[in-house]
Write a protein that binds this ligand. Structure first.
Ligand code: MN
Length: 216
């Protein structure tokens, strides 16, 4: 099952992170979350077949085609994760603060007629180790590629590079300076201090099972 690894790492009555989700049918979505965990990083996620294919990018995405950003592929995340921001409490996997740094829709460079065909193409590209797509985000726009690094020493077999293609949206402006959430307009620091932030607790299955006390 696609989410087995994701589920295995988490205890869902202790973390506010989502468990599932049903994809919208109109378009494929992407999200970039800024995650202040053990190390600050960005999580880049592309919707494919109802889950989010995910890469952790230490330096975050860049609009500069000369930058090649190391992107470590991690386990698939549930579709609803794209809307998640808040605080993952201490003691949980990935403990720390998360904001939705960017989000939007995306497509292949030669968009197909249906989402199904788009996904088929994307999964084939993913398998081949070279994935090209166009983002329609609030911060990230235009063409990008994710390229699997093969046979490299050191960073392991999950290492990819995120590279901006040269197009009208390529720029040497440091996009990381736009640091706030596109959902709440909060910075990581503001979210971390927000007393309401950790209320995004998954709803208990039945009321008697828990009086979900806010924990941090
Ligand atoms: Mn992360």
């Amino acid at each position: 099952m696609a989410l087995r690894e994701y589920n295995k790492k988490r205890v869902f009555n202790k973390t506010p992170e989502p468990r599932g989700g049903k994809p919208a049918k109109d378009a494929l979505h992407f999200v970039v979350q800024k995650h202040d965990a053990t190390r600050l990083h960005y999580d880049f996620r592309l919707e494919m077949k109802g889950v989010l294919k995910s890469w952790a990018i230490p330096k975050g995405p860049s609009l500069n085609p000369d930058d090649r950003r190391l992107a470590m592929m991690v386990e698939d995340h549930p579709y609803d994760y794209k809307d998640f921001e808040g605080i993952i409490p201490e003691g949980n996997y990935g403990a720390g603060t998360v904001i939705v740094w960017d989000e939007g829709t995306y497509e292949t460079l030669e968009p197909k007629k249906s989402i199904k065909e788009e996904e088929k193409s994307l999964l084939a590209q993913l398998k081949s180790g070279s994935l090209k797509f166009r983002l329609f985000g609030k911060k990230l726009k235009g063409e990008f590629a994710l390229v699997h690094i093969k046979n490299n020493n050191g960073s392991g077999e999950n290492a990819w590079l995120l590279i901006k293609h040269r197009d009208d949206f390529a720029s040497t402006t440091d996009i990381s300076k736009k640091a706030k959430s596109v959902l709440s307009d909060k910075s990581i620091a503001q979210m971390g201090k927000d007393k309401n932030a950790d209320q995004w607790i998954s709803k208990p299955k039945n009321k008697s099972s828990s009086k979900s006390k806010k924990t941090q």
